[in-house]
Design a protein around this ligand. Structure first.
Ligand SMILES: [Zn+2]
Length: 265
């Protein structure tokens, strides 16, 4: 690539990255203070640090970093704004939005972001959980395995997909089984890193079930690893959360044994 072409390419990258920053700022906090602090420690420029964190899939906290004004805009307003911004991304890439096939893409992407893939950012969408008294006095472990996980990597905005396995030992209350799936789905529908997703599900289950005795394992593929960068289509990432009794090796082993069982129907 010659020098002029390289500069043009860089200009395009900068423009697209600025637009994506704006897109992300609609829902997420930039967290400038933390980044500046790390920057001083490691001697990286802010840009270098941000790229390095993304490529190494690091996250900054257990909570999804949301801006204080994350929900000032209505969902309809967000769709409208993202539609305009995504149109700019496509135009910057040189695509002709007059083409019938591309014309509707900005609106489709905007609706998908707000109403589907990132709807779990809004606490109003957290599933209402009703607990029942454990009248049958079942006091063993309950495991819900192979729960489908569809999420998005917060560093590249491409899918993470796989399975979650959750378990708990009742403290006297039980939860409707499908609520476990719904809770996993709620936290998955955010820009995520797998470690945070695992912890958020674990902590939420501990809170709703009023027990420390909760386990979560997620086994997932990251398209940012499979389709770009190292382009490894075979590797998968496993993360875990063990609270209360699940910290004991015998209980943990029992849980993992159930998870690895093949269910034949
Ligand atoms: Zn990624």
């Amino acid at each position: 690539m010659n020098f002029i072409l390289f500069n043009k390419f860089n200009e395009k990258l900068n423009k697209i990255s600025a637009i994506f920053m704006l897109l992300i700022k609609i829902n997420l906090m930039q967290n400038g203070k933390k980044a500046t602090g790390l920057c001083a420690v490691n001697g990286f420029t802010l840009n270098e640090l941000v790229l390095e964190m993304g490529d190494n899939h690091l996250c900054t906290s257990d909570d999804t970093p949301l801006r204080p004004d994350a929900f000032d805009m209505s969902s309809e307003e967000k769709v409208k704004k993202i539609e305009g911004l995504f149109r700019q991304v496509m135009e910057t890439l040189g695509l002709d939005l007059n083409d019938d096939s591309l014309r509707g893409t900005p609106l489709r992407v905007a609706k998908m972001y707000v109403e589907e893939t990132f709807r779990g950012l809004d606490p109003e969408h957290k599933p209402a959980i009703t607990l029942f008294d454990n009248k049958y006095h079942y006091n063993q472990m309950l495991v819900e395995k192979d729960i489908t996980v569809y999420s998005h990597c917060e560093h590249h905005f491409v899918p993470i997909y796989g399975k979650a396995h959750v378990g708990y030992i009742s403290s006297g209350k039980v939860i409707g089984l499908s609520k476990l799936n719904r809770l996993v789905d709620y936290y998955a529908r955010r820009p995520q890193v797998q470690e945070r997703l695992t912890m958020q599900i674990g902590h939420a289950l501990q809170q709703v079930l009023d027990t420390e005795n909760v386990a979560v394992v997620i086994d997932a593929k990251h398209l940012c690893v499979a389709s770009r960068g190292i382009r490894d289509t075979h590797s998968a990432t496993v993360t875990s959360f063990y609270g209360g009794k699940f910290g004991h090796s015998a209980v943990k082993e029992e849980f993992l044994r159930y998870v690895s069982m093949t269910t034949v129907y």
